[in-house]
Ligand binder design. Structure first.
Ligand SMILES: [Zn+2]
Length: 560
């Protein structure tokens, strides 16, 4: 027989003591969760499969679907039920890079380091040609850019075209901290909630003058890239080369904004060191010859993408749901370890721990591994829309929802959580996390923001549902692995991710067991959706940003 022991969570955070004092914590189960997560962790074997075997996992690619199928199998083996792929309409073919060989063959011979830009074509075999420099005017209008490019038609014909002066990447004298100071985390957890003020204010209407911008306007970056790509295609450029603009060989390669291989030349993002060398040789007026072989494929079946779902069935409150998850899709330059195979491995592990400890949750616990996150939270947006609707236009399941935990900030240990909801929701999470202070988990706070962005829990927040995001130690996420070719298995800190899984498993269990669902904003209290998200805007093309976004200059990506 399991002996349930309870304790009264004593909290010192102001204003919420009354709620927290009534919170009953099952210390017996929490101890078992800790033991299971510490002694029998499967996180690294899950991570190995998702990265080494199935990485990278670009949305729409066969690898991503295979990773999802494997995750379902694995979760079934652990005892989860009802595993399934839930389709949603990505509306673009999938894309993969199978081979990229890049060399300088004259005036020196050497291998070059580059990554293909996603949704661009390959070279149809080995191509050898001269390299040329191309620079663009600052903030051009369409006419200015057209005139500028018109003069370069003969320059780019049958050439490798290096686009833009190389970035000068300065030495970092003050390296960012790998861990957050406790005091800094506590200050953030005690700060006033982000989001619109308590009083719902109607946004002011724009005056007619503000709505009609003066012409001609400078082109947006996407418009510049689109016009440049059309020009390079029309005038027979062999390969477009972008500068990665980062130090130590880091490359971030995203996608061409059109998501269409017919609308861009073969394009690579080259490490700053190689790009700079070629540029300097050309500046010397030396003739530079390059040789590339790029094999890319498109996958029409990728127009349908999938979210991975599996459950621990509930008992007396089985129609109420607590969810946990992260996105399974990745960018393609690395194997997507810190972004976000590790998040999936942690959430799968949290569910595994709960099954292994033999608990019988009252509410259904549902794991979700999303796709399309990197293209604008598309998978979670589709899921929330289909299953829950919004606070303003809810489906029946909206009412029964009891929280969604999301993790997506690399390998760093969970230091706290942020829930979309009233202060009482934050107090309940704080009480559930209190026993894990020794692991560095320092509490929870709330947000009032329904702004979509960052990562998938904001799809829930936007719908007025209690999304729960993790505050994590930075380790080397923003500085090294986020969206780069260095995002691999080796970057995972095992001790950190084991501790995250333990704390999350306990918090999920607590929300699945308490008598009442996690408190939510009443209809009257519900913060309004940001104006820009009413009604639903079309999918964004730009990738989501991490919380501590590093310098965003010169990612080398057409879409940035
Ligand atoms: Zn991510």
């Amino acid at each position: 027989m399991r002996k349930a022991s309870y304790f009264i969570a004593a909290l010192v955070v102001g204003g919420v003591v009354a709620v927290a004092a009534q919170e009953r914590i099952d210390q017996d189960v929490f101890w078992k969760i800790r033991q299971e997560g510490t002694n029998n962790s499967k996180i690294l074997s899950t991570l190995h499969m998702l990265t080494d075997v199935y990485g990278p996992r670009l949305t729409g690619s066969p690898n991503l679907k295979a990773a999802g199928e494997w995750a379902i199998e694995q979760m079934h083996t652990w005892g989860l039920k009802g595993g399934r792929l839930e389709p949603w309409d990505f509306a673009r073919s999938g894309w993969t890079n199978e081979r990229l060989a890049a060399h300088i063959v004259s005036p020196v011979k050497d291998a070059l380091v580059a990554e293909a830009l996603a949704w661009t074509p390959g070279t149809n075999g080995i191509v050898r040609a001269q390299a040329v420099q191309l620079t663009l005017p600052q903030r051009p209008t369409r006419d200015v850019l057209t005139t500028h490019l018109e003069a370069l038609k003969d320059v780019v014909k049958e050439k490798f075209v290096l686009v833009g002066v190389p970035q000068t990447v300065l030495v970092t004298f003050n390296a960012p901290a790998l861990r957050r100071e406790d005091a800094d985390v506590v200050t953030q957890l005690n700060a006033a909630p982000a989001g619109p003020p308590q009083q719902n204010q109607q946004p002011q209407a724009q005056s007619p003058q503000e709505q009609t911008p003066a012409e001609p306007r400078p082109l947006t970056n996407n418009q510049i890239q689109e016009q440049l790509n059309q020009f390079l295609l029309a005038n027979g450029a062999v390969v477009r080369i972008n500068d990665a603009g980062r130090d130590h060989g880091q490359i971030r390669a995203f996608n061409n904004a059109a998501y269409d291989v017919a609308k861009a030349p073969p394009t690579v993002v080259m490490r700053n060191e190689d790009y700079g060398r070629i540029w300097r040789l050309l500046t010397d007026k030396r003739s530079v010859e390059l040789e590339f072989d790029i094999v890319n494929r498109t996958h029409p079946e990728g127009r349908t993408s999938y979210n991975v779902i599996a459950e621990i069935p509930g008992s007396d409150k089985a129609d109420e749901v607590v969810m946990l998850g992260g996105h399974l899709d990745s960018w393609h330059a690395g194997t997507g370890a810190t972004d976000n195979a590790i998040g999936c491995a942690v959430m799968m592990e949290a569910a595994r721990i709960l099954v292994a400890t033999g608990v019988q949750p009252r509410r259904t616990i549902r794991v979700a591994l999303w796709s399309g996150e990197e293209q604008g939270l598309l998978g979670s947006q589709a899921y929330v829309k289909e299953h829950f609707g919004t606070a303003e236009d809810p489906k029946p399941a909206h009412e029964k929802f009891a929280g969604y935990f999301n993790i997506d900030n690399g390998t760093g240990r969970t230091r706290g959580m942020t829930v979309f909801g009233p202060p009482a929701a934050g107090a309940i999470l704080r009480a559930a996390l209190e026993p894990f202070k020794d692991l560095g988990v320092l509490g929870a706070t709330t947000t009032r923001s329904r702004q979509r962005g960052g990562t998938d829990h904001t799809s829930f927040n936007e719908a007025g549902l209690p999304g729960i995001g993790m505050l994590q130690d930075p380790i080397q996420y923003a500085s090294h692995s986020w969206h780069t070719n260095l995002d691999t298995y080796e970057r995972i800190v095992e001790d950190d991710v084991k501790k995250s899984a333990i704390a999350i498993a306990a918090a999920v269990y607590h929300l699945a067991m308490r008598d009442e669902r996690l408190p939510r904003f009443s209809k009257e209290e519900m913060p309004r959706r940001p104006q820009s998200q009413q009604p639903q805007t079309p999918p964004a093309a730009a990738p989501a940003q991490p919380p501590q976004t590093p310098s965003t200059t010169a990612t080398g990506a057409a879409s940035r």
